[in-house]
Ligand binder design. Sequence first.
Ligand code: ASP
Length: 468
Amino acid sequence: MKITNIQTIEKIGAEVQLAGWIQSLRKMGKIVFIDLRDRSSLLQVVLVPSELDVDSQEQMKKLKPESVISVIGVVQARGEKQINPNLPTGSVEVLAKSLKIFSESLTPPFEIVNEDRQANEELRLKYRYLDLRHERMKNNIILRHKIVRFIREYFYNHDFLEIETPYISKSTPEGARDFLVPSRNFPGKFYALPQSPQQYKQLLMVAGMEKYFQIVRCFRDEDQRGDRQAEFTQLDVEMSFVTQEDILQLIEELFIQLVKNILPQKKFTSQPFVRLTYQQAMEQYGSDRPDLRQDKSDPDELAFVWVTDFPMFEYKSGDQRWGAAHHPFTAINPQDLEKLQDPKKMGEIKALQYDLVLNGYEIAGGSIRTHEANVLHRVFELLGHTNEEIQAKFGHLLEAFKYGVPPHGGIAAGLDRVVMVLANEPSIREVIAFPKTSDNRDPLMDSPSDVTLDQLDELGLSLKKRIN
Ligand code: ASP
């Protein structure tokens, strides 16, 4: 069984079996030095023909960067002058006795040794499996794994249930365009991929689950930006019988513990986190996601800010109508409940809604929810829905609320953004294993792609020719 490269530092004098990729080769006369790469580390392997069996000597002639090999050899301590302090295995090297090539590699389209993002995005995504071989990308994936693991443990320890909700579902009003999935059994009808599990998590509260969380994919058919992808991962949380304060404290503690455990070198600008109302944030910083770092050139400074008391409604000047600033399920601040009766006062109504901002990025948002069916109905009316539309779109939720609904609230954090900021990366694409391009393509799988006429037929669909 192979051991990992990093384990060799504790195996001086022992014969070991290793396997991995050839990061680089250096020939010095008849001797070849290999930087052997596995997930744990690089390791120097020395090939001296006279030490190798005959088969291995033949294999030695065919070595190329990025080929996958196995080596059996003896771990040796390096002489003091040969120690490489920049390498975790820099105190040892392995003198090979036998060598086997598992598979040869073509010359990669970009260098793996070079950590600069020297290849363009298209090429990096087309050959993502090679891009992920970069040390920096591997470290981002490992950091993400550690963060996800920490979050799960945190919520398990706080008595939450991890519950999955459907992906093939119905439109949810988070304000973005839906991805539609045609139904084969019901031609002409469509599922929508969820923009978030919002309604399901609220239904789980009606069901009595009390504390729910999920690390879940959400889908919004939006144009891409540096910190947005059409599909993204969210930490989704919902709790019954809670106040806004309970939720803020739970999430604040999560991030404090997460940073302390996983990235202890990072420093908080302020702890407890700064709190601003939406109005204060706008008046003092002209933004509802202010970057409050003291030194923006410091990669280890984390400025978390809670922004609270958002307006419930916002006027969408493009569409010339009022929309929900967050989503319609957000509870109205009790002081403003009466204003619901006067459409002229919509702009003054405050919601029990909060965002968490980190270094100028909105990393989480949530609210206490309206659990009174009549208030929720009124909100939908003010948003311009007719009674029929309310029944068709939200009837299931209003119906559920007639069977004993607990007061509840929750929050969702954008996992990709959290990892991006903690990894000091400029884009969430650097922390997602297989992201899409800025125009929503996957150059590796070549999607979106054509489908056959039979497939369309089965779905009862035909394509309208585009006339330009
Ligand atoms: N569903 C909301 C969102 O995805 C978060 C929440 O209110 O819990 O933004």
